[in-house]
Design a protein. Structure first.
Lengths: 178, 280
């Protein structure tokens, strides 16, 4: 018996990807192999390390613990989708990405995509975390460079960048009214 | 690809799902998949078919009334944990859920799925058992309610028949003069607990008249012990009924030690909780 292939329409980073996959294709593999979005990394492939974390309808989930066929109704955001459009081909780094760059939060960079998606959603929920809350936010993601200090700093820096942007947009709006 | 091949069905009605399940001996039900997908990827499970219930309507509810909290088969842990009504009706549900894996897993995993997965190291099967809750299951043969005391047959084994899907779990509300508490010891927060303990106590005046304790990860099924008659040495009474197991994470002796440490702590916390509720 040959394996059945499913036509699956995935919504990723605002684009539609029509892929043909067997039911056992994990979402992480579909994103990488079928959509060509290799920013999502796979580490442990059984839900422990967090490197493959993507946003599913805005909430962080493990893409290695989902089947691509089961993701049809969802809007998926990968690390590639975090970058903001500024008219240039490469786009502008999101606040969390910028913070990782500022604080050397990437280190080797392997686990970074999962951290970026997790923290992006985490700051939506808690825009001004304490250091303890920042550690709690990233507790489900492993970094084998053994250094979480810079990642925690990056969380706090990203919150700062968001707050600065908020203050600036409020000031701009105030100026327009004046 | 890591999992072995399987046929896949994504039904849009419960009837369709139940008919498919009844017709395929090797079929498994997929809800959140946070336990099932790792088993597939490690090829510890190789079902012939997965029946994905994520497109079924009306199973995502968390509803509360005087009787207790009803959780639908597609309610994610995160959704149940966020319900202030559920936390008010039965505080132990939220206390335990905060210890279920990490937020990212809780965003996808379902509470009902975790219960019928029947892992003795998981929080929610033990909580359901301690609270004397139940699970409603459906099949082509009809529906029935399984009391939690009859739900867990062995490690990763529930008493659901092959053709049954769990559609709802029911956690009874906390009585007015009662209190609850939950604590677990794990190597890292969010990891499987080496030992977890929950307590449910009832007061009359200021006296504890009924005390029951639930244990996870000590034996190969969740165990509940009534210590109402042995409040002088509740941990001793519990250990008389528990059979701590050795595994790669902890020795049986260490588990017994944790039972002795956690039992009085959790019992005291539940008693405080009951007193606070009476004085509130």
């Amino acid at each position: 018996m040959s394996e059945q292939i499913h036509d699956v329409r995935l919504h990723v980073n605002g684009s539609v990807h029509e892929v043909r996959v067997p039911a056992r294709r994990l979402l992480s593999d579909a994103l990488r192999h079928d959509c060509g979005l290799t920013g999502t990394h796979v580490g442990c492939e059984h839900g422990v390390c967090g490197a493959c974390t993507v946003l599913v309808d805005g909430a962080p989930m493990r893409s290695c613990l989902m089947l691509a066929v089961s993701a049809v109704d969802a809007e998926i955001t990968t690390v590639e989708g975090l970058t903001e459009d500024d008219g240039t081909p490469q786009g502008r780094l999101s606040p969390v990405q910028q913070a990782f760059s500022d604080c050397h939060g990437l280190q080797c960079g392997f686990c970074t995509p999962g951290f970026l998606t997790t923290i992006t959603a985490g700051l939506e929920e808690n825009p001004d975390p304490t250091e303890d809350e920042a550690r709690e936010m990233i507790a489900g993601n492993l970094c084998r460079c053994t250094g979480y200090q810079n990642i925690v700093k990056s969380v706090l820096r990203a919150a700062e960048i968001n707050a600065e942007a908020d203050a600036k947009s409020k000031a701009d709006a105030g100026q327009e009214r004046a | 690809m890591k999992p072995a091949p399987f046929a896949y069905l994504r039904p849009s009605t419960l009837e369709e799902a139940l008919a498919a399940l009844a017709g395929e001996q090797g079929a498994k039900v997929l809800a959140g998949g946070q336990s099932l997908v790792p088993l597939l990827s490690m090829r510890l499970a190789a079902p012939s078919m997965l029946i994905d219930i994520n497109a079924l309507p009306d199973l995502g509810h968390v509803t509360c009334d005087e009787a207790g909290v009803r959780v639908g088969a597609l309610a994610r842990h995160a959704h149940v944990l966020a319900s202030t009504e559920a936390a008010a009706a039965q505080p132990l549900v939220a206390m335990a859920l905060a210890n279920v894996a990490h937020p990212t897993i809780r965003n996808r995993g379902t509470t009902v799925g975790s219960i019928v997965h029947a892992d003795a190291a998981a929080e929610m099967p033990m909580v359901l058992r301690l609270l004397e809750g139940s699970v409603d299951v459906a099949s082509v043969r009809g529906r029935r309610t399984i009391p939690a005391a009859e739900l867990f047959a062995g490690p990763l084994e529930s008493t659901l028949a092959h053709d049954e899907i769990a559609v709802e779990a029911f956690f009874p509300a906390l009585a007015p003069r009662a209190g609850v508490a939950f604590q677990e010891i794990s190597r890292r927060h969010g990891d499987y607990a080496l030992v977890g303990v929950a307590a449910l106590v009832e007061l009359e005046g200021d006296e504890v008249v009924r005390a029951r304790l639930g244990y996870l990860s000590v034996s190969d099924v969740p165990v509940v012990v009534d210590v109402s008659g042995s409040l002088a040495d509740p941990a001793g009474a519990a250990l008389a009924e528990l059979e701590p197991v050795d595994d790669i994470h902890a020795t049986a002796d260490y588990r017994a030690h944790l039972v002795r440490v956690l039992t009085p702590r959790v019992l005291a916390a539940a008693t405080d909780h009951a007193r606070q509720r009476m004085n509130a």
